[in-house]
Design a protein around this ligand. Sequence first.
Ligand code: ADP
Length: 872
Amino acid sequence: MPRETPMMQQYREIKEQYRDCLLFFRLGDFYEMFFDDALLASRLLEITLTSRDGGDDERVPMCGVPYHAAEDYLAKLVGHGLKVAICDQVEDPKEAKGLVRRAVVRVVTPGTVMESSALEENSNNYLAAVASDAYGYGLALADISTGEFGLTELRGTEAEDKLRDELHRLKPAELLFAPAGSEADLIQRMVGDTGIMLTPLGEGLPSPDEVRQLLQALYGESGINELGCEGMPLGLQAAAAIIAYLNQTQKTSLGHLQLVQPYLPDQYLQLDAATRRNLELTRSLRDGGRRGTLLSVLDRTCTAMGGRQIKSWIERPLVDPVTINRRLDRVEALVRSAARRTQLREVLDQVYDLERLVARVSYGTANARDLVGLKRSLSVLPRLASLLNEDPALASLGQGIDTGEGLCALLAAALVDDPPVSLGEGGIIRDGYSAQVDEYRRARREGRDWIAQLEQAERERTGIKSLKVGFNRVFGYYLEVTRANLSAVPADYQRKQTLANAERFITPELKEKEELILGAEDKLAALEYRLFCELRDRVAAESRTVQETARVIAEVDCLCSLAEVAVRHRYVRPVVDRSDAIEIAGGRHPVVEESIGAESFVANDTCLNRSDHRFLLLTGPNMAGKSTYMRQVALIVLLAQLGSFVPAKSARIGVVDRIFTRVGASDDLAGGQSTFMVEMTETANIIRNATSRSLLILDEVGRGTSTFDGLSIAWAVIEYIHTRPGLGCRTLFATHYHELTELEAVHPGIVNYSMAIREKGHDLIFLRRLERGGSDHSYGLQVARLAGLPGELLERAGEILATLESNEEVKKAQRQVAASSYRQRHRTQLSLFEAAPHPVLEELRGLKVMEMTPLQALNTLYQLQEKARKDE
Ligand code: ADP
C-alpha cells in the first residue's frame, strides 16, 4: 500500500462522500481537482493539467482554478450538466493544529445554481421533483434564484400526457425522482432528449412524516396551514423532496423560498409540447432562438422580472373570462393613457432584478453593490405606487406594492453610492452612519495627513531636497534618501533597506503613525464588513415583502409591455366570453406581420362556432398562406386568453380550453420516427385529449403516406372530429386533397374555404385572401415552376397528371368514399338520436336458437338477411 500524504487522505475521505460530483478542493488561493476530476475539468475548462505528489513518489493528476474567479468556471461545469461540490477550509489556517479542516459547504447542480453567470436573465431556472402513485403524479418546481416555488397534481387518464406537457413547458434544469419507483422508466423516457438533468434520489422520496417535518422546518406550523395544499399529498411529497435536496446541497438558509403555491393545469389554457413548438411561442422552429417567436413581438418589458413573467404568461394563457377581462381592463387603461405608460416604464427602467437580488441576500452572497441596487429600486417605488393608484383599473396593483421606505432610508444612510465589489476592504459604509467607523476614518486621515506633510518637514530639517516618503507592503512607510545625500541623514534615522542608489530609513515616530493608520484600516475593514452583514440580515428578514412587491412589479411591467405592443402594432381589445364563437375581422399573424411589414400583410376574417361553422376545411396550393392563416387564428385566441389585445379590426373569442396543432414542420424534430408515424401519433394524441371546447389546427394530415391511404385517413379524421359526441370542436383543417371538399355537402358543420389565387399564363399569383368555397386544383406544377424546376421536367409532369386525372379508378374511389361516409353518418345518427332498434335486431334477440333444428336456423338466417338487405 503506498502511503498517501495526509492531505490526499483528507481529499479522498471527502471525495468518497460526493462521488457523483466534481470536488473543488480549496488549497490556498485555488480550488484544486485531482484524479479523474482533474482530467475531465481540464478538458472542459481548457485549463492546464499538472500533477502533485500524492505520497510515496506517486504523482496524481491535478488542475485548479483561482478561487476568486471560481464562479465562471463553476457556471461552465454546471452548464455541462455536472455537479460540483465546493470544499472549503472551515478553520483559520493560522489557528489550525496540523492539517487545516475542510468540508463541503455547498453542492452546485444545474437546478441549484445561483451564480448569475450560469443563469439567463429572462428565464427561470427550475429544480423539479416528481412523485407518483397508482392514480397520477405530483410535480413540484422551485427556482432558488428567484424564490418561486409551486406544486401541482396530475390525475386521471391523461395524467401522463399532462406531466409530459408540464415538463416540456417548464423545462426544468434538473428533475429529482425515485429511481426505484414504479414510474422511474416512464419518467426517464419522458425526459428523453429534452436536456433536463435527471437526479435519482438514492434514498427515495420522503415519507409522510418526513414531508411534514421538512415543511414545518421551513415554514413553521402557521406557514403550513397557509399553504392550501391539503388535497395534494403527492404534490407536497414532491415539494418536500425538493426541500430535502436543497438542505443537502445548499447547506444554508432557504428563507427566500416562497410559500409553495399550488396550481392546477386546468386553470390554464393547455398547450401540449407539439403545439408550443409549432406555434413558436418562445422558441423558433428554425434555431430554437427568440427571433420569429410570439415572445419576441410581445416582450417590451423593462425589467428582468417582467421578462420572465411575460414568458410565463405566453406559455400559460388563462381560461376564465373574468380573470382574462381583468387583465384586459388593465391593459386597456395603459393603452388609453400614453403618458402614464411612459412614466411607468421610466420608473420600471430603474428597477433591478429584485427577485434574484433578494435570493442572493438570503444566501449571503449579495455584495454592497447589490444592496445599493436594492436601495435604488426601492427608492422609485413610491412613485410607481402613486402612478398606479391614480387609475382605478390599476389601483389594486398599486396597493400590492410595499414601498419599503424604512428599509430604503436605512440603506441610503448606511451605504455609499458606489461601493467596491469586494467586501473585505472597506469603503462600503457612508460617513455619519456609525460613530466608530467615523472614528477609525478620522484616525487614518490624521495619520495620512501627518505623513503627507512629513516629506516637506524632513526636507527642510535635513536639507535633502530629493528626500521622499514612500510605502510598500513589506516595510510599510519609509523615508528614501539617494546615495549622494547619505551624509546629510540625521542620527535618528534607522536604516531599513539598501537599494542600488538609495537607502530607506524609518523613524520611531513614523512607525508609530504607521501603526495608527494600518491598525485603523484593519479595524475599519472588519467593522464595515460586520455592519454590512447586519444590513444584509435586515434585508433578508424582509425578503418575503420584497418578493411580493417584485411580483407586482413584474405584472405591471408585463401589462405595460402588452399595452405598448398594442399601440405600436394597432391591436384591438378582444371581447372574451364563454360563448362558442371565434369571430375575427381583419385578423393578422402577429409575427409574420412584423417580419414582412404591416402594409404587405393581407388581413383575413374568421368565423368559427360549434354549430354550422365548426370545421373549416382549407384548400389551396402550397405557399398560398394556409398555415399562416391557421396559426394566426390560434395565436389570436392565445393572445386574447393571455389578456393581450389582438392583431385584428375586431375579435370575439369564446374561450377555448386547449389548443392542439398538428403541423408538418415539426417532422425534423422527431428524431428516429418516420414522418408518417409522428403525424399519426400526434393526431392520435389530439383525438384522445381534445374536448368540445378545444381548438384544433390540423395541417396536411395524411400527407406522409400514399395518396389513397392519406386521403382516407384525412377523410376519416375529419368525420370523427366533426361528428363524435364529446368532440365536434372548432377546427381548422388544411389540405391539398381537394377531394375532401365534397364533405361540406354531407356534414352541416363543415365549411369549405380556400386561399385565393390568380392564374396568369403558367404562373400563379397568391392573393393571400381567404374565400368561401373549396379549390378544385392543387396547382402543384405551378408551384414547382415557381421553385425553378426545369421546363422540360414540368411538361412531362403535366402529361402524367393529365393521364392520372382521366383515370376512372380515381374517380370511382372518390365516389365510394363519399357514399360510405354518408352511411357512416346515418349510422351514427341512428345510434345517437333514435331509440328504436332495427326490426331485424329485435327479431334476432327474440330467437330461441337452442330450440331450433339446424334447418330451421338456416331458413331463419336467410330470411333475416333478406330483410336487412331490403332496408339498406
Ligand atoms: P401554405 O401553408 O399554404 O403552404 P404558408 O402559410 O406557409 O403557405 O405561406 C407561404 C408564405 O406566404 C409565407 O412565407 C408568408 O410570408 C406568406 N404569407 C402567408 N400569408 C400571408 C398574408 N396573409 N399576407 C402576406 N403574406 C402572407
